[in-house]
Write a protein that binds this ligand. Structure first.
Ligand code: HEM
Length: 448
């Protein structure tokens, strides 16, 4: 079923679309079908779809007709020409250079650092004493920042985390404020206006750039002949076909991108997973049994990845229900057609994983938590019915890294602790850049 909203219907919808987009888009799809066109102010158009076949058309088979939507533009202020925000030939060139850094063999080499970071955090929980309460949203954020710091720079950012995490948050918050502001669609460079949110973000960006610049220059000052062990080494050593290295600005932009894209996403995936496990004791019991059986008390390694099937399935199912990248948006270059819905040039086409993952035509009992869907041998599904890491050539470069990290971290946590949501607390999903818990996830930690 496809539907086009009238101008009046759209006008009524706009305030909810800004204030509570998740509810607004869920409602749109529920009432109008799985592809809907919404006229926006100033001749802008939003086309929203949750149908995997149409998502595949936009992100894969007709991807040449789509660029990243202008809603990503404010991120360019902080990420410059990094992979997430770059476009065209420059993006393709950069992606070719960076891709080998995320090869399986290289990612697996980060496994000890991931497990080490998790063990350090678990030692801290142990020192708190049984029955203590931690906010797993904050805890997972600090932990994944630690992991990304080790993988990118071999640096211990845990000391900096107290300042870096809030700085990253300020940047992301300002992005959301700008994109949801009524003027965003009306004024082309509204995202550059010196609004209070923008000024706060600028200060935070400067802080983050200072940290990144400091790490680059101290690495350059180290004696030559250092082994190529982390992503910063790899970026410094990268050469294009003509033997040219990356310029300084590009290295900075890529590092900022990895820091921003690789940290909160994985943190949220883990935080939602811990919440779901405390609500589904049978799934948790099976997780504990698998982790104990596979690891027999020793630290997890990359080689365990294939054996930790239930652990992976739990994480995949958690990212189905709470996809950290809940929204993916493109902008049409030329006119297109989505099942009879006209897509004029310049339209924003939204393919939100949050809705695709709940499409009842593709997911029986879509709201239910059932990791069996992701075990080997589970029923086939459309290849774009599940897209936590996106699709097509712009899909996440860090997907393999993120899955390895999430599985090893969850296994390490499970080995040592059982976590339960503090009774009475109702975590709410907040649609910032990522889908995150609005009011934290306080949980009681008990050593096993
Ligand atoms: C659970 C964790 C993660 C999730 C759910 C996730 C999700 C995504 C999604 C959906 C996209 C595509 C966006 C679009 O098409 O508009 C993306 C792109 C990207 N992600 Fe991730 N990501 C995760 C972890 C990571 C990590 C760990 C890194 C790096 C260390 C990373 C780096 C990137 C980069 C550089 C891009 C842009 C790729 C390009 O356009 O060439 N992500 N991510």
């Amino acid at each position: 079923m496809a539907r086009q909203l009238s101008g009046r219907e759209a006008l009524r919808l706009l305030p909810t679309l800004r204030a509570d987009p998740l509810t607004a888009i869920s409602e749109l799809i529920r009432t109008h079908g799985d592809v809907v066109r919404v006229p926006l102010p100033r001749g802008n158009q939003l086309v929203l779809t949750s149908r995997p076949e149409l998502v595949a058309h936009v992100l894969v088979s007709n991807q040449d007709n789509y660029r990243k939507a202008r809603t990503y533009r404010p991120l360019t202020e902080v990420l410059g020409n990094g992979l997430l925000t770059n476009e065209g030939e420059s993006w393709a060139h950069q992606r070719r250079l960076v891709q080998p850094m995320f090869a399986r063999r290289r990612i697996d080499a980060f496994a000890p650092a991931m497990v080490d970071a998790a063990s350090t955090a678990m030692d801290r929980w142990a020192a708190l004493g049984s029955g203590s309460v931690v906010d797993v949203a904050d805890e997972m954020s600090a932990l994944t920042l630690d992991v990304v710091g080790r993988a990118l720079f071999s640096a211990d950012l845990s000391g900096e985390a107290s300042q870096m995490a809030p700085a990253l948050e300020t940047v992301l918050e300002s992005f959301v404020k700008v994109v949801r502001h009524p003027l965003f669609l009306l004024v082309p460079d509204y995202h550059r206006w010196p609004t209070p949110a923008r000024l706060r973000a600028r200060g935070a960006e400067q802080h983050l750039r200072g940290v990144v610049d400091g790490l680059i220059s101290s690495r350059r000052a180290e004696s030559a002949g250092r082994e190529d062990t982390d992503l910063l080494d790899a970026l410094l050593a990268a050469r294009d076909d003509d033997g040219n290295p990356l310029d300084e600005q590009q290295i900075r932009d890529e590092l900022m991108t990895f820091l921003l894209a690789g940290h909160e996403t994985t943190a949220n995936a883990l935080a939602w997973t811990l919440l779901l496990l405390s609500r589904h004791p049978a799934a948790r019991d099976r997780l504990v049994a698998e982790v104990d059986d596979v690891l027999s008390g020793r630290p997890a390694t990359a080689a365990d990845m294939n054996k930790l099937e239930w652990t992976s399935a739990v994480l995949s199912e958690s990212m189905r229900l709470y996809p950290p990248a809940w929204m993916i948006e493109r902008e049409a270059r030329d006119a297109d057609d989505l099942d009879g819905i006209r897509v004029p040039p310049g339209s924003i086409v939204a393919t939100p994983p949050y809705l695709v993952h709940r499409n009842p035509d593709h997911w029986p009992n879509p709201e239910g938590f059932d990791p069996h869907r992701f075990l080997p041998g589970a029923a086939d599904r459309h290849r774009l019915a599940y897209l936590p890491f996106g699709g097509g050539r712009r899909q996440c470069i860090g997907g393999g890294f993120a899955m390895l990290e999430a599985v090893l971290l969850l296994a390490t946590i499970t080995q040592r602790f059982e976590l339960d949501l503090v009774p009475g607390h109702q975590p709410q999903a907040l649609t910032a850049v990522t889908l995150r818990p609005a009011n934290g996830i306080p949980m009681t930690v008990r050593p096993r």
